[in-house]
Design a protein around this ligand. Sequence first.
Ligand code: ARG
Length: 286
Amino acid sequence: MRRPSVRALARPLAGVAAAALIPLVPAFSAAPAAAEGIVGGFPVDVTDVPWTVALSSRDRFGGTRSGQFCGGVAVGPTTVLTAAHCLEEDVLGSPPHEVPDLKVIAGRTDLRTDHGQEVAVRESWVNPGYDDVSNSGDFAVLTLAEPLPPGAVVAMAGAGDPAYAAGTAATVYGWGDVSGQGDYADVLRAASVQVLPDTLCERAYPAGGDGSYLAEAMVCAGRRLGGRDACQGDSGGPLVARGRVIGLVSWGSGCGRSGSPGVYTRISDALRKLGWDRAGHSHMAG
Ligand code: ARG
């Protein structure tokens, strides 16, 4: 299914069954479904990528994996970017400011442990321009009650940054589904992908579908033959190239399928919409 669906966390099998029934790219439908990874990835230690954080609500998602339900990326000591669709009411059960145990977890590679830090969210701001038809504008800003450890932030790639060029090597991080079948990771994983040409995602996701690829607002990434990708539960987490975050995990059709790349929120578009490209980002719009 193409829609961003953290809902699949609650009903993973329903989501997978739906995805399996949509023969989006018939020419490739005989290709084996990719089945390892973040999908196709490898374990990483969060101390190597300390700006990769987990969003958590134990009340809503249970305690076994620290309540993790989405990813995020720290871009300032008290500022975390995530996906707008992670904070929708149908995911959280209520508006984010009414979720008392909404937290950001930093420094915890293995969600079964109590390592690292859990920080309360003081304020959440969901992009009011998020369009759940195309899925464009899929970003939100969380302001933390306390600062993260010094150095736990990553730079953001602004408009015109060469890191957005097709062919650039990039890495995506998350604790999401490793198989496309609802197997959520306990330990942080990463997948090595590439920024893909916009035309590939425009072809895979034309207007009129459950999402449509808009090059100015999104980044297309994966592997031409599939196999490495983000998946459910990775949403909001970072796609990093040349040491800078270029995207947030947003949506895709299935996970790691040939002909259906991952679609990411384009950070430079979020920066522009937040007004952060003009005045730095010590404060935010709204
Ligand atoms: N919407 C999913 C989530 O909420 C992320 C899906 C990303 N899919 C992909 N094939 N890259 O976690």
